[in-house]
Design a protein around this ligand. Structure first.
Ligand code: HEC
Length: 151
């Protein structure tokens, strides 16, 4: 039996000290938590999805829906419901009649829009849209808003 002195933790003075893994685990956990929070925050900022119910549409509304899915969905999502990283949903209550009248819709389509209400960057003017196309887009949006009680 050894008579040499022991350390307070009961180990021989020459014994290799056990490194506590707890410190490292805590550090790694901390980093993971911060990363998770950052990703969630980031997602909330740059991908916003609306889930309106889509009613039976008028012929004009259906034409508007086709235009949106051809020319706007890259940024505003399928049917304008968002979920992309390049633009907000246009079926958002922020674009309801009361605060976002038709002429503002047209202005955005024909003149584009600088980055203002969101953090997706600017919207370029949409090429190749006729006045009738723009009216149809607005008709689609209003039909959805009405059906979903977004006034
Ligand atoms: C290249 C991407 C892109 C395309 C394509 C695009 N938009 Fe946009 N749009 C945006 C972004 C980004 C914003 C948000 C600007 C902001 O920060 O207010 C926006 C905003 C809007 C707004 C709100 C404007 C305002 O004054 O607040 C409307 C309405 C709109 N878009 C309609 C459309 C329609 C309709 C189409 C298709 C005919 C379309 N957009 C095509 C990117 C796009």
């Amino acid at each position: 039996m050894s008579t040499e002195p022991m350390n307070s933790d009961g180990l021989h003075p020459d014994a290799p000290r056990q490194k506590s893994p707890i410190k490292w685990m805590a550090l790694i956990m901390g980093i993971l938590v911060v990363l998770t929070i950052l990703t969630m925050w980031d997602k909330e900022k740059i991908s916003i999805k609306a889930s309106p119910k889509i009613p039976a549409l008028s012929a004009q509304g259906q034409h508007g829906r086709d235009i949106i899915n051809a020319k706007c969905s890259e940024c505003h999502g399928v049917d304008g419901t968002g979920g992309s990283r390049k633009g907000p949903p246009i079926l958002h209550s922020q674009y309801r009649r009361e605060i976002f009248p038709d002429y503002q819709f047209k202005r955005a389509m024909f003149e584009g829009k600088r980055e203002k209400n969101w953090r997706f960057g600017a919207m370029p003017p949409v090429e190749g849209l006729s006045e009738a196309d723009a009216d149809a887009v607005i008709a689609f949006v209003r039909e959805i808003q009405d059906f979903n009680g977004i006034e």
